[in-house]
Ligand binder design. Structure first.
Ligand code: SF4
Length: 304
């Protein structure tokens, strides 16, 4: 029977891309070390920073908040908060918000909840019922990004941490390549360039596979929300999720290779696509054109 490579205890995981067997303690240590390394690599903490974590209540964002609090929470010169967006999806979001609120109370972190209804005057359920030109998730993604940015700015955040894991990151890289959207690739984050009106995003879990964030949450007894959004089956991302999973299954380490290749070409992409000059939309959000994408999409619903 296999045993932990480091202490000989019973393993909780075989990490296929490295061949390591790890017990619960050494697995958590392995995850935490990589997240610590990413936080140090992505931000130069001088003290006085305010870090907002976008927390939906799912396993990834819950692990991101848990680790951000464990790694940074002891520093008195830093502030941490959690931001949850209520998209207005009945039967889904209302059950995750109390889970985040309870966890934030237990660790003493401020919890801010903002809603599509308050910010944009419409819920995702209402958008889903309307005649529209795009898939439901396209509206949700744009509106959520704007809502989180507005909330993070309102809290005067220096950085916004998301729970994007390695699988999500590899999928996003492939999606943008497949669409030929190279300029967007340059802006995937983590953001080193600071642009007025946009809180720079950091991605502490970008090297941690989804299966490891799930196991980390379970080993640490973290409560998370695992219902599937009713609109999720429509998402194009599902195709990329299955492609990346198949590649990883056939060739362990593929997700890390996609990320490594991306990180190598990123400085070149940033040279080719320097930060665009941003204007201010009437809602206050930064935009390259007259109206920000969120206002454009919400206004377009009236045209149908
Ligand atoms: Fe929004 Fe789509 Fe995610 Fe549901 S699956 S929360 S609609 S992006």
């Amino acid at each position: 029977m296999a045993s932990c490579d480091r202490c000989g205890k019973r393993p909780v995981i075989l990490i296929r891309y490295s061949g390591a067997h790890l017990c619960g303690d050494h697995f958590c240590d392995f995850v935490e070390k990589r997240v610590k390394h990413e936080i140090r690599r992505q931000i130069d903490l001088k003290g006085g920073e305010r870090i907002a974590v976008a927390v939906s209540g799912g396993k990834d964002s819950t692990v991101a908040l848990h680790l951000a609090n464990k790694i940074l929470g002891a520093r008195r010169d830093l502030d941490l908060c959690a931001i949850t967006v209520d998209e207005g999806i009945i039967g889904y979001r209302e059950s995750s918000i109390p889970i985040v609120a309870k966890y934030c109370r237990s660790i003493g972190v401020e919890h801010i909840v903002v809603s599509f209804e308050d910010m944009f005057g419409i819920t995702m359920d209402e958008i889903a019922k309307r005649d529209r030109s795009l898939a439901t998730c396209s509206y949700c993604g744009v509106l959520r990004r704007a809502a989180i940015n507005r909330a993070a700015k309102g809290w005067h955040a220096s950085y916004l941490a998301t729970g994007l894991n390695l699988d999500d990151t590899a999928q996003s890289i492939l999606m943008n390549f497949s669409r030929g959207d190279v300029e967007r690739l340059a802006r995937l984050g983590p953001h080193k360039r600071v642009q007025k009106g946009l809180v720079p995003r950091i991605q502490p879990l970008r090297t941690i596979p989804e299966s490891e964030t799930t196991l980390f949450a379970l080993v640490n007894g973290l409560k998370f929300h695992d219902l599937e959004c009713p609109y999720a089956p429509e998402a194009l991302r599902n195709t990329y999720r299955s492609v990346v999973a198949q590649l990883e299954d056939k060739c362990p380490g593929t997700r890390h290779s996609i990320l490594k290749s991306y990180d190598e070409i990123l400085p070149t992409l940033e040279r080719i696509y320097p930060s665009a000059k941003l204007r201010s939309c009437s809602c206050g959000e930064p935009t390259m054109s007259k109206k920000c994408k969120a206002c454009e999409l919400v206004d377009s619903l009236d045209d149908y």
